[in-house]
Design a protein around this ligand. Structure first.
Ligand SMILES: *Cc1c(COP(=O)(O)O)cnc(C)c1O
Length: 363
């Protein structure tokens, strides 16, 4: 046999589109003020952490988790108001649910479609699954859905799945409700409303499940304060959820996540108070940023704000912030409508003012 290197083997067997990818890069925050990943900055009060630890003490790790996560299903249905007429499946974060959706429809010629700029995972996971990905530009001025462009792209590509993140990441806005309905109606495939930021927004499509045969709603507990648990949910018509659930690996929600999420939902008020606080601090941060002449900031219904700095300055401002110990997300390398843009997560009031001070100095 000819000599073989691991590189030869990768070349021979790995799909070219995988080899062409660069790995998803998450910077090490060290001890910086971490405002890059839309996390809730608040921890639980000590008494609640003690109660949680005592509960975990009773859990044994020698057994597999309940593959149906039945108790957690019931808690989530009650906590999120998901009626028995809707099907429900859980994922190891909503990222896993996006992956399951992609795997389910992965056939030559099938496409996933989403507005852009949008959540990067839709494109990445479509690529992983060997699907075509179609990005449809949002309106340039306010990042609203361009309904004509959406209709045209849907007619051309007949997508198997359309993802609409509402509020959208990284732009922070909610798409117009009538435009969303028009997309749902014009699409033969599944339309998934990704409500990762529902805790910070004024509208949800969850109560509208059942109105259309192709509407699904995705939620996650990550942005409401439980990012470390990795738990997302997808709700929709039972006939669709039933098919998707066949692709879910049986023990995808581990024992500690199941128990901790049930515990957290029982103490939902703590999370609700934290997210209410973040919503009001978002307004204060928006005002503070609006007062800086050199930048433009967009209104947001999520727990982050998108801003544009003077032309060509994004990377310098990003580095300046880092030197002041503040980590945000630099969107400028993505280019297009995100040229010169940074995204900042709403932190504690102290973190927010440290950020504003550092920003003024970095400009
Ligand atoms: C953060 C985010 C997610 C990912 O959620 P996980 O449950 O943490 O995997 C999904 N969709 C959007 C739009 C997001 O911004």
């Amino acid at each position: 046999m000819a000599s073989r290197t691991p590189e030869d083997i990768a070349q021979r067997w790995f799909r070219p589109e995988i080899r062409a990818l660069s790995a998803y890069h998450v910077p090490d925050p060290g001890d910086m003020v971490k405002l890059d990943a839309m996390e809730n900055p608040y921890v639980w009060p000590d008494a609640l952490r003690d109660e949680w630890a005592a509960m975990l003490h009773e859990i044994h790790l020698n057994r597999y988790p309940d593959p149906g996560a039945r108790e957690l299903h019931a808690a989530l249905r009650e906590g999120f108001g998901i009626g028995s007429q809707a099907g429900l499946m859980l994922g190891n974060g909503s990222d896993e649910l996006i992956q399951i959706l992609a795997l389910a429809v992965a056939e030559p010629g099938h496409a996933i479609l989403a507005p852009e700029p949008g959540f990067v995972m839709y494109r990445m996971i479509a690529t992983f699954a060997g699907l075509k990905y179609v990005g449809v530009p949002l309106r340039q001025d306010d990042f609203g859905l361009d309904l004509e462009a959406m209709r045209e792209a849907i007619a051309t590509h007949d997508p198997a799945v359309v993802f609409l993140a509402c509020p959208n990441n990284p732009t922070g806005n909610l798409f117009d409700g009538d435009a969303i309905e028009a997309v749902i109606e014009s699409c033969n495939g599944l339309v998934v409303i990704d409500e990762a930021y529902a805790a910070f927004a004024s509208r949800s499509f969850l109560p509208r499940l059942g109105e259309w045969p192709n509407l699904l709603v995705m939620r996650t507990v990550s942005k409401m304060g439980l990012a470390g648990l990795r738990l997302g949910l997808l709700a929709g018509p039972p006939a669709l959820i039933g098919e998707l659930d066949k692709l879910r690996l049986p023990y995808n929600i581990n024992v500690l996540t199941q128990a901790s999420a049930i515990f957290a939902l029982r103490h939902r008020q703590v999370l609700d108070e934290q997210t209410a606080r973040i919503r009001s601090d978002r307004e204060a941060l928006y005002q503070a940023l609006s007062a800086i002449d050199a930048i433009h900031v967009w209104p947001s219904e999520a727990n982050f704000l998108l801003m544009r700095v003077p032309e060509g300055r994004a990377s310098a401002v990003f580095d300046g912030l880092r030197q002041h110990g503040v980590l945000v997300k630099n969107l400028d390398p993505a280019g297009g409508m995100l040229k010169d843009c940074l995204r900042v997560t709403v932190g504690t009031p102290e973190e927010n003012s440290a950020f504003v001070t550092a920003l003024r100095e970095s400009l």
